[in-house]
Design a protein around this ligand. Structure first.
Ligand SMILES: O=C(O)C(=O)C[C@]1(C(=O)O)C=C[C@@H](O)C=C1
Length: 254
């Protein structure tokens, strides 16, 4: 299957986009740290929404995504809903997005894994225990984090497309034999990953600093632990991006 030229996308430009997206992710995580974990927002026994028995956060995300869908957000190949079933159709004129990806890309959505990892592992690391009742505000903040992470992780489709276009021969035999491990090896650049981990830690330190015009403030007090941000990238963000890359490449010759 032929896919259109990658409209000037290169490995450098897709990596630049991933670097820019780090800022969005780190700022959204910093926002979420303002509130304690507020399990009430996720616990169906505490805040289940009466009509549908969803947790508050599920309800909010579904309702928000329905509005986004009507505005055409999910027509954009960079955007992926967390609850794709039964979304309304877009009510706005279609925009002609450049056809960069293989059509099979549309079937790849790892948001259910991102959701699970975010609430069970990531959130407890970046928040303090406790409950201040700010459930709706925390849930809005969660959605911002989830969307930023989802966009970054699914950007793996574009990274994989550029890698494939740059060196189709390198990937073809692993794709033909549907060899996930071989694909994973081929697309991994350990030195790049090391730089990503260091850079996100540095950004977390810079973005999370107190800024004051007074002399007596603690400039070492950080809003988020840079080591945790680095760990999130190492353990979840990069592995899930690579999972998306593998899933994409497996279908690239369909
Ligand atoms: O930059 C790449 O080549 C990517 O595929 C992205 C990424 C990442 O998630 O940051 C993933 C795999 C590589 O090993 C390095 C980095």
């Amino acid at each position: 299957m032929e896919v259109a030229e990658s409209n000037e996308m290169t490995l450098e430009t897709v990596r630049d986009s991933l670097i820019r997206q780090e800022d969005t992710i780190i700022f959204s995580l910093i926002e979420r740290t303002k509130y304690p974990i507020n399990v009430g927002a996720y616990d169906k026994t505490k805040t289940a929404v009466s009509e549908c028995s969803d947790s508050l956060v599920e309800f909010m995300v579904k309702e928000t995504e329905a509005a986004y869908a009507k505005c055409g957000r999910y027509e954009n190949p960079e955007e992926h809903p967390f609850f794709p079933d039964g979304l309304p159709t877009s009510l706005v004129p279609a925009f002609n997005y450049p056809k960069i990806l293989h059509p099979a890309a549309a079937s790849i959505n790892v948001n259910s894994t991102i959701w699970e990892v975010y609430f069970s592992q990531l959130l407890p690391l970046i928040t303090v225990p406790g409950d201040d009742g700010n459930y709706a505000t925390s849930a809005v903040s969660d959605l911002a984090c989830l969307q930023a992470l989802s966009r970054r992780i699914h950007y793996g489709k574009f990274v994989a497309e550029v890698k494939f276009k740059d060196a189709p021969k390198k990937y073809e035999s692993a794709i033909c034999s549907q060899d996930r491990d071989a694909l994973m090896k081929l697309l991994t650049f350990e030195t790049v990953e090391e730089r990503v981990k260091k850079r996100v830690a540095k950004k977390a330190m810079l973005f999370g600093q107190e800024v004051s015009l007074d002399d007596n403030y603690d400039e070492k007090k950080l809003k988020i632990d840079p080591a945790i941000v680095s760990r999130l990238y190492e353990e979840w963000v990069m592995p899930l991006t690579k999972l998306v890359e593998v899933e994409y490449l497996l279908r690239r010759l369909d």
